[in-house]
Design a binder for this molecule. Structure first.
Ligand SMILES: Cc1ncc(COP(=O)(O)O)c(C=O)c1O
Length: 443
């Protein structure tokens, strides 16, 4: 009997005992291809010797020194590395232990910024439906996934949500992508007007939506308009690149492809690649100046912020990415993945959309392609596909509630950046078998 309070208590999980490169092995000796990097985490694959060596060297020198007493070389070096390659305007890094903490820090930093500059009346966040920003209460509150929020709703801060940029379902048949983006931007502007611009702290968005909607990319021009609107009203733009950032979409930051810079950005998964528990909140000079000229104290903090081993591991992950030119591989293999997905699912009766960027792509499942009607949520098709894929030795990241937190199913793929073409082919082949088998059995 397990004493672990697992994520889900309905069925036992295999025990992972080893992992190497692009595979994970369980206690029965069965090997699984990591087609999703866990949850888009394992960018360098598993057991990277260079990263392990960097962590060991740090551990032997200095494992821990509380950040209320000391800074440390590893966090200073990682901050330098991140700022050097950050979007324009980003000047400082606040280190935490994961994605939710990075978002919590972002929310509090944004609020305190306005207190520092004498606008304490700003108290509202606007985010998007169908987003996920983490499971701690602040991050959960700004997230727009109904299913995740529902039972905790009485505990959540008041947040306002606008429509996601969801081309497949949101754009009208006669509407151009640009006109759709404009319509969504106008919706945000109307929401700001309704709330009173002087009351709004920030607009929050995943640059490419991950877990809740499956690799939703924005239409051209959308984020530029969002940036303009935020600037016009003195509202901050917080981008959540916890999942889609750090190279996953083919550029280090997903927002590079949108031609904009945020005021604050949360990163995590690909930062430490799963070797270490780390996240970070990247902050612009504009915000930093307010803290420097004001209280000189961000009223926040955790015991493990700037942890030396986490920072040393993450620094090596970033160095390996650069040294081995892995972003080029993400771009190249991303194109291969798109091709393979279209070959396998382009005419599939039950795949309505294939989308995403780089090694961050998804398929959306439908009962009927022409009407886009989803499968009955009671079928839990996403869970069945996951089980069928695991049977076939493949890890993928399916999720239900794609459309509105209740209806819709998608499967997210996020293979390690060290993959190759044959592996991408095998991932898509096994996924195809898993999808077909799950649908056949669900009937
Ligand atoms: C976009 C996004 N933000 C925040 C989080 C929360 O990160 P963590 O699970 O590390 O707390 C996630 C996790 O999946 C995420 O995908």
């Amino acid at each position: 009997m397990t004493r672990v309070f697992h994520r889900q208590l309905s069925s036992p999980l295999p025990v992972a005992v080893a992992a190497q490169g692009t595979t994970v092995t369980d206690a029965q000796g069965k090997t699984y291809i990591d087609g999703c990097g866990g949850a888009a985490v394992s960018c360098l694959g598993h057991n990277h010797p260079g990263v392990l060596a960097a962590m060991k060297a740090q551990m032997e020198r200095l494992a821990y020194a509380h950040t209320a007493f000391f800074t440390n070389e590893a966090s200073e070096a990682l901050a330098d590395e991140l700022v050097e390659h950050a979007p324009a305007g980003i000047s400082h890094v606040y280190f935490v232990s994961g994605g939710s903490e990075a978002m919590e820090s972002a929310l509090k930093m944004a609020r305190q910024y306005f207190v520092e500059i004498g606008q304490p009346q700003r108290r509202l966040f606007i985010a998007r439906k169908q987003s996920f920003h983490g499971n701690t209460l602040g991050a959960l509150a700004v997230g727009g996934n109904e299913w995740r929020r529902r039972q905790f709703a009485p505990l959540l801060i008041d947040t306002h949500h606008v429509s996601p940029c969801y081309d497949y379902r949101g754009r009208a048949p006669e509407e151009t992508p640009e006109a759709y983006g404009e319509r969504l931007a106008n919706e945000l502007e109307a929401k700001i007007a309704a709330l009173g611009p002087e009351n709004v702290i920030a607009f929050i968005a995943e640059t490419v939506v991950g877990a809740t909607a499956g690799a939703l990319t924005a239409v051209p021009g959308y984020f530029k308009r969002i940036r303009e609107i935020c600037d016009r009203h003195g509202i901050l733009l917080i981008l959540d690149e916890v999942m889609c950032g750090m190279g996953r979409t083919g550029t280090l930051h997903a927002c590079e492809q949108e031609g904009i810079s945020p005021d604050i950005m949360a990163i995590a998964k690909g930062l430490g690649g799963g070797f270490v528990a780390i996240g970070a909140t990247l902050v612009s000079q504009k915000l930093m100046n307010a803290f420097l000229d004001g209280s000189k104290l961000f009223q926040h903090g955790h015991t493990y912020i700037g942890h030396p081993i986490a920072c040393a591991g993450a620094l090596e992950v970033q160095r390996v990415m650069r040294r081995d030119n892995l972003l080029a591989n993400v771009k190249k293999l991303g194109a291969v993945l798109t091709d393979r997905l279209h070959e396998r699912f382009g005419n599939h009766h039950h795949v309505g959309d294939i989308r995403g960027r780089g090694l961050f792509q998804a398929i959306e499942l439908v009962a009927d392609r022409s009407s886009k009607v989803p499968f009955d949520p009671a079928m839990k098709l996403h869970a069945k596909i996951k089980a069928e894929a695991m049977e076939r030795g493949l890890m993928v990241y399916p999720m239900g509630g794609t459309i509105d937190g209740e209806r819709g199913d998608h499967v997210l793929l996020a293979p390690p950046f060290i993959a190759d073409e044959p592996l991408i082919g095998t991932i898509v082949e096994r996924l195809g078998e898993a999808v077909d088998s799950a649908i056949a059995k669900a009937r």
